[in-house]
Design a protein around this ligand. Structure first.
Ligand SMILES: Nc1ncnc2c1ncn2[C@@H]1O[C@H](COP(=O)(O)OP(=O)(O)OP(=O)(O)O)[C@@H](O)[C@H]1O
Ligand SMILES: [Mg+2]
Length: 153
């Protein structure tokens, strides 16, 4: 029998320390879920980039606004959501950092990195109009048959 999905919702302050805190929480959950050290690093970096964007562009540094980090762990995947209280944005209007004219730009890589490091990454809006960024990564153990404790070897 597989264990039920686990879910945690954390309210982060709009302050720069929230970036380290979110990474730390994500790293602990990812390690406990069995991800390799490299994958933990990828997950941690993705959460950092999402929280920095929520802080800078979504909440625009306004302390009265909050950043919500939602972590969901089911038998298949780890899902992380980062929501802000900004006014959202159209991801289609973000320049592609791989296009020749953008190659020398030193910014504009956060979303690209999240897409590369995670299996899925989507940008939605919260009911209040802020950004709701959802990213997930399949667990290393996903899809493997569950071994019976009565089985030999
Ligand atoms: N939460 C958000 N709310 C509003 N706009 C956002 C949000 N996240 C990203 N954006 C918009 O998408 C653009 C691209 O984000 P991305 O993280 O890829 O690059 P960057 O933040 O500009 O640079 P870098 O992450 O490389 O330092 C941002 O410049 C911003 O205009
Ligand atoms: Mg960014």
């Amino acid at each position: 029998m597989s264990s039920p999905p686990k879910r945690a919702e954390i309210t982060l302050e709009t302050q720069i320390e929230s970036v380290d805190l979110a990474e730390d929480i994500a790293l602990r959950v990812a390690a406990a879920a069995g991800f390799s050290e490299d994958d933990c690093h990828r997950i941690g970096m993705s959460v950092r980039e999402a929280v920095i964007n929520a802080h800078n562009y979504g909440n625009q540094g306004q302390k009265e606004k909050k950043i919500r980090l939602i972590i969901e762990l089911d038998p298949e995947k780890l899902t992380l959501r980062v929501q802000d209280q900004g006014s959202g944005f159209d991801p289609a209007s973000v320049p592609n950092p791989c296009q020749e004219e953008n190659l020398l730009r030193t910014s504009g890589r956060g979303l690209f990195l999240m897409k590369a490091f995670m299996d899925e990454m989507e940008i939605h809006r919260t009911p209040q109009g802020g950004t709701d960024l959802v990213m997930s990564k399949r667990l290393p153990s996903a899809g493997q048959p569950v071994k019976s404790p009565f089985e030999r070897n």
